[in-house]
Design a protein around this ligand. Structure first.
Ligand code: HXC
Length: 256
């Protein structure tokens, strides 16, 4: 059985983690399938945005503890599936929207943080419980959480292993919006359709520029942003967008 399910809704590619008996834990096979599905949607010229979600009750309970328990240092080091997961997500040009219902724990919280936008159901819970297993976060928890919610709250989660709920995650800035659990996927698909309705290359440029802000100092980041802003002048969609505004009509994007 496949560890993920994929479907298309208009211009949106939807990926669901699908290991219900293991609470969607990140097995080596799941990570491979996930990265392949993301790349497939990224290459598909009819898809403008991607949704990554779990089930109605769990996003992902983290690394597959049963599988990880059997790995020696050399096996874990050589498989390097954490790097494959991180590189897989960060190489996607199209926006990836994480839709979180239920638990997002350990690698599940880290996977959520690799997404570009997070929308959460009101029963969502986020945590980095690795400390309780005798290890530490291994897929960005110690790095991305501090950028998302600040040092004290990140330390609180990582050192105590305690979870935060959806409203705390929203106040802290980890998620963009919290909605009733049964509405969050529909809301997210609508937002994804909206994003996919804009010019694909412009959306990709905006995503790239925002993500660079986490890597660069301010002057270099501003320079990078200006270069991409000016590059957008070369697009036919730039001419179309400005022309449509001045002509008081809706733009017709051609993704060029
Ligand atoms: C493998 C898992 C799992 C996991 C749950 N299961 N989490 N299997 N890997 N991460 C399995 C359980 O063994 C059980 O299988 C079934 O899913 C249901 O789980 P229960 O514990 O019975 O459910 P519940 O009481 O509702 O508790 C839910 C839970 C708890 C709070 C999410 O399962 C839990 O604490 N899970 C572990 C979360 C965790 O520590 N994550 C960090 C992993 S390390 P059986 O066969 O008994 O029915 C990590 C490192 C990051 O992520 C590195 C980067 C990827």
């Amino acid at each position: 059985m496949s560890s993920i399910l994929t479907e298309r809704s208009g211009k949106v590619g939807i990926i669901r983690l699908n290991r219900p008996k293991a609470l969607n834990a990140l097995s080596l096979a799941l990570v491979e399938e996930l990265v392949e599905a993301l790349r497939g949607f990224d290459k598909d010229s009819d898809v403008g945005a991607i949704i990554l979600t779990g089930s109605d009750t769990v996003f992902c309970a983290g690394a597959d503890i049963k599988e990880q328990k059997e790995l020696s240092f050399v096996q874990a080091y050589s498989a390097d599936y954490l790097k494959n997961l991180n590189d897989g997500l960060s190489s996607i040009h199209k926006p990836v929207i994480g839709v979180i219902n239920g638990y997002a724990l350990g690698g599940g919280c880290e996977l959520a943080m690799m997404c570009d936008i997070l929308y959460a159901g009101d029963k969502a819970k986020f945590g980095q419980p690795e400390i309780k297993l005798g290890t530490i976060p291994g897929a960005g928890g110690t790095q991305r959480l501090i950028r998302a919610i600040g040092k004290s709250k990140a330390m609180h989660m990582i050192l105590t292993g305690e979870m935060i709920d959806a409203s705390e995650a929203e106040v802290a800035g980890l998620v963009a919006k919290v909605l009733p659990a049964d509405q969050v996927l529909g809301f997210s698909i609508e937002r994804a359709q909206k994003i996919a309705g804009f010019s694909f290359p412009v959306v990709a440029m905006a995503k790239e520029a925002v993500n660079e802000a986490e890597e660069l100092n301010l002057q270099t980041g501003l320079h990078f942003e200006r270069r991409l802003y000016h590059a957008s002048f070369a697009l036919k969609d730039h001419e179309e967008g400005f022309g449509a505004f001045l002509g008081k009509r809706d733009p017709q994007w051609i993704n060029q």
